[in-house]
Write a protein that binds this ligand. Structure first.
Ligand SMILES: *Cc1c(COP(=O)(O)O)cnc(C)c1O
Length: 331
């Protein structure tokens, strides 16, 4: 089976497992795991922020990041198909008392005019106040679309002017970095707080980080424990993340090339495929998935009429070419 359902299906390589086996560890709830500390310091520095905090999932990193800038009863604005709105099961409302309003963009982009149109400044005791604006780069359900740095900078200027924070869901920020050559610190500079994942394209088995100021991270550490996310000798997992940062970032370019190959095979314009995700509109999405599986290619639906293909570390050039042949046949 060639598995294109998600870039989360990767298995740790032998070299990654060896790095995990060698990891120096300690009790991270006591702040004594040197490998976790090394990973946190390295990721904070990559994005030009003061500190970072290792998390079991990207969802927890997003929940704690958003709550760090949005008080209960306040709102965050995001694009309508953002992961925080669609795929975190209402966690921001259920745990943090945060409400959301959304703007819509078919490619998940910043639409400053729409954001300005729905932004709610402090207006006294009768209205919800917008405390933060959230952006997702790359944008998952918009097919791995990159948000251009110029748009993020314009949003930064606007948000600063109106006193709102910016949250960046950077689960796949590595893909945006490799696709555009934009330094990670440039993305970091537009955000007050961000979340990044190690277990997507980077191929680690587990792990995400919240990135922000020292104060934000100190507070998030308390909330992580409160929510049951305090972990002990977790340097074993952090070692996988450090290994991934050393060996699995630049190779994301291969995933992007494979995605364009698959797009072409599916009749999707490869010029619209920025990174490692291909969205294929299919009226018969469920049937298409079943027929592909019959021929050895696993793909997924992300809506009744949308098929999604995702390339990753475990897909070789050969796999991509074989899958392209199968999918072209079905199309
Ligand atoms: C995968 C993902 C996350 C985090 O997901 P977890 O499964 O909780 O690690 C967050 N944002 C986006 C855009 C994602 O694709």
């Amino acid at each position: 089976m060639i598995d294109l359902r998600s870039d989360t299906v990767t298995r740790p390589t032998e070299a990654m497992r060896a790095a995990m086996a060698r990891a120096e560890v300690g009790d991270d709830v006591y702040g004594e795991d040197p490998t976790v500390a090394a990973l946190q310091d390295r990721v904070a520095e990559l994005f030009g922020h003061e500190a970072a905090l290792f998390m079991p999932t990207g969802s927890m990193a997003n929940v704690l990041a958003v709550r760090s800038v949005v008080a209960p009863g306040q709102e965050v604005l995001c694009e309508a198909s953002a992961h925080i709105a669609r795929a975190e099961l209402g966690a921001h409302g259920a745990y943090s008392g945060v409400t959301m309003r959304t703007w819509i963009h078919p490619r998940g982009q910043v639409d400053l005019a729409m954001i300005q149109g729905i932004f709610a400044p402090e207006m006294g005791p009768f209205f919800v106040r917008t405390a933060a604006i959230s952006v997702e780069n790359t944008h998952n359900f918009a097919g791995g679309a990159v948000l251009p740095l110029a748009d993020l900078r314009d949003l930064r200027d606007y948000a600063t002017g109106v006193g709102a924070a910016i949250h960046l869901d950077g689960a796949r920020i590595w893909n945006a970095h490799v696709a555009t050559g934009t330094p990670l610190a440039e993305y970091g500079a537009v955000a007050d707080v961000m979340a990044v994942c190690l277990s997507k394209g980077l191929g680690a088995p587990v792990g995400s980080l919240l990135v922000g100021s020292r104060d934000t991270v100190d507070e998030a550490r308390v909330w992580r424990k409160r929510m049951g996310g305090g972990m002990r000798q977790v340097g074993i997992l952090a070692a996988a993340g450090l290994h991934a940062l050393d060996h699995h970032v630049e190779r994301l370019a291969d995933d992007h090339a494979h995605a364009r190959l698959l797009a072409e095979a599916c009749g999707v314009d490869p010029a619209g495929v920025d990174t490692n995700i291909v969205v294929v509109p299919r009226g018969d999405a469920a049937e298409f998935v079943a027929r592909a599986a019959d021929e050895g290619v696993r793909v997924a639906t992300v809506g009744p009429t949308v098929v999604r293909l995702v390339t990753h570390l475990d897909i070789t050039r050969d796999d991509a070419e074989r899958a392209a042949k199968v999918l072209a046949g079905l199309v």
